[in-house]
Design a protein around this ligand. Structure first.
Ligand SMILES: *Cc1c(COP(=O)(O)O)cnc(C)c1O
Length: 389
C-alpha cells in the first residue's frame, strides 16, 4: 500500500518500535527465554508481520490463544517453537502435532484428545501442563493435579507425549503488591515441585505476562510471555507509562477529515442529538466508527488531534463516522485527524481512548477492525538496531 496515498482511516504499525520493545523486554528478563504473544491478530496489529518482527528481534517462542492462530503462523513459515493454550474439544490436535506445536493441556479430556492425535500421527506431541494457581480461569486445580500428572507420565512412558512445560497465569500482576501475586507464586512452586518429584522434566516453567515481566523479576523462571508491552502499551497506567519502561507504542490510527462545514449555534450533532453546538462553529467529520472498532462508549469523550489541537467526539460515535467540533477552525477537508499513537506529535494515546471509553488499552488496539488497513512501516531491520544476543 502506498503510504502517502489519500485514505479514509488506517492503522500504521511501526515494526521498528515493536523490535525495540522486544529488545527492551528481553533485557529485563535476561536468562529467561522470550515468548512473543501474538494472539488476536497480534492485539490488532497483524499477526504474521508482528511475529516475524518479534523473531527478528530475538523472540525464541511465539504464543497464541487458539490452535488455528498457531497453525496459521506455521503455515506462514514461522519457524521454531509455537505454543497455543486455548483448546476446545474437537480442535485440530493432529494438525497441531504435525506442525510441532506446543499444546497446552489443563484437563484429562484434553490429554485424551492429544494422545489420540499423537497415536494417529505416529509422532510424539509436545504438551505443556497448565496449573490454575489462583486465576480461576483455565488450568488444572491443585486437587486434580496429581491425576493429570500421573496420566501425563503414563502417556510420556508410552511415547505419545513429551511434557515440555509446566505453566500458569497471573490474576493481578498489574496491581503492585496485590496479595494474590505471592500466593499464586507459592502454589506454582508447589505444583511444579510435585510434578518434578513425580518425574516430569519440563524444558520450561513459566508464569510471567507483561506486568510480571516488567515489574516482578522473581516471576520470570525459564521463560516470559509478554503481549501488550511488546506493542508498546502499558498493561496498566498504575504501574507506569510506556516511556517509564522504555517502550514505544507500535500502532497509530489516523483518519482524513471527510467533511468540514460551518454550523450555527443550537445545531444537534449525530444520532440522538447528544451534542448541540454552543454557538457558531465548524464541524469536522471523522470517517471512522464502531464498525472500525472505535468504541461507541467513547461518544462525547474520545479525543482526536486535528490541526494541532485536541478535539472531542461530539455526540454519538456511529458505525462509520463521528463528528468533532472544531471551534471555528477550518482545516481543509482531507486533513489528518489522529486518533491515537505514541503521543510524540501531541496526539492522544490508546490509554487516553481507554479512559474515554471506560476500558483498558488492550481492548482499544485489539478491537481495531478488519475494515481498517494496516500499513507496516520500518519492516526491515535497521543497520543501527542493537542486537544483544
Ligand atoms: C494474553 C496472554 C499473555 C500476555 O498477556 P499480556 O498481559 O498482554 O502480557 C500471556 N499468557 C497468557 C496465557 C495469555 O492469555
Amino acid at each position: 500500500m502506498n503510504e502517502t496515498a489519500p485514505f479514509r482511516v488506517r492503522a500504521e504499525i511501526d515494526l521498528a518500535a515493536l523490535r525495540a520493545n522486544v529488545r527492551a523486554l528481553r533485557a529485563r528478563a535476561r536468562g529467561a527465554a522470550f515468548m512473543a504473544v501474538v494472539k488476536a491478530d497480534a492485539y490488532g496489529h497483524g499477526m504474521v508481520p508482528c511475529a516475524r518482527a518479534a523473531v527478528d528481534a530475538g523472540a525464541d517462542w511465539l504464543g497464541t490463544a487458539t490452535p488455528q492462530e498457531a497453525l496459521a503462523l506455521r503455515a506462514a513459515g514461522l519457524p521454531g517453537r509455537i505454543m497455543c493454550w486455548l483448546w476446545t474439544p474437537g480442535d485440530p490436535w493432529r494438525e497441531g502435532v504435525e506442525a510441532d506445536l506446543d499444546m497446552s493441556v489443563s484437563a484429562l479430556w484434553a490429554l485424551r484428545e492429544v494422545t489420540a492425535a499423537a497415536r494417529q500421527a505416529g509422532r510424539t506431541a509436545r504438551v505443556q501442563l497448565k496449573a490454575d494457581t489462583g486465576l480461576g480461569r483455565n488450568g488444572c486445580m491443585p486437587e486434580d493435579w496429581p491425576e493429570l500428572i500421573a496420566e501425563a507420565l503414563r502417556a510420556e512412558a508410552e511415547g505419545t507425549i513429551e511434557v515440555t512445560g509446566l505453566w500458569s497465569h497471573f490474576a493481578c500482576a498489574d496491581e503492585p503488591g496485590h496479595p494474590s501475586i505471592a500466593a499464586q507464586l507459592t502454589v506454582f512452586r508447589e505444583m511444579v515441585a510435585y510434578a518434578e518429584g513425580q518425574g516430569v522434566r519440563p524444558e520450561v516453567r513459566h508464569i510471567a505476562n507483561s506486568p510480571a515481566t516488567l515489574t516482578l523479576p522473581e516471576t520470570h523462571f525459564d521463560l516470559v510471555r509478554p503481549g501488550i508491552a511488546m506493542y508498546g502499551v502499558s498493561p496498566s497506567p498504575e504501574i507506569g507509562t510506556p516511556q517509564d519502561f522504555g517502550l514505544r507504542p507500535v500502532m497509530t490510527v489516523a483518519a482524513s477529515l471527510a467533511h468540514v462545514k460551518q454550523a450555527p449555534g443550537g445545531h444537534g450533532v449525530s444520532y440522538g442529538h447528544h451534542y448541540t453546538t454552543p454557538g457558531d462553529t465548524t464541524l469536522g467529520l471523522v470517517p471512522a466508527g464502531y464498525g472500525d472498532g472505535i468504541p461507541r462508549h467513547a461518544s462525547g469523550s474520545g479525543p482526536v488531534l486535528v490541526g494541532g489541537k485536541w478535539r472531542t467526539a461530539a455526540g454519538r460515535i456511529a458505525m462509520d463516522q463521528f463528528v468533532v467540533d472544531l471551534g471555528g477552525d477550518e482545516p481543509e477537508v482531507g486533513s489528518e485527524a489522529l486518533l491515537f499513537g505514541p503521543g510524540d506529535r501531541g496526539e492522544p494515546t490508546a490509554e487516553d481512548w481507554a479512559q474515554a471509553a471506560g476500558t483498558i488499552a488492550y481492548e482499544i488496539v485489539t478491537r481495531i477492525g478488519s475494515r481498517v488497513p494496516r500499513v507496516y512501516v520500518n519492516e526491515r531491520t535497521g543497520a543501527d538496531e542493537q542486537h544483544d544476543d
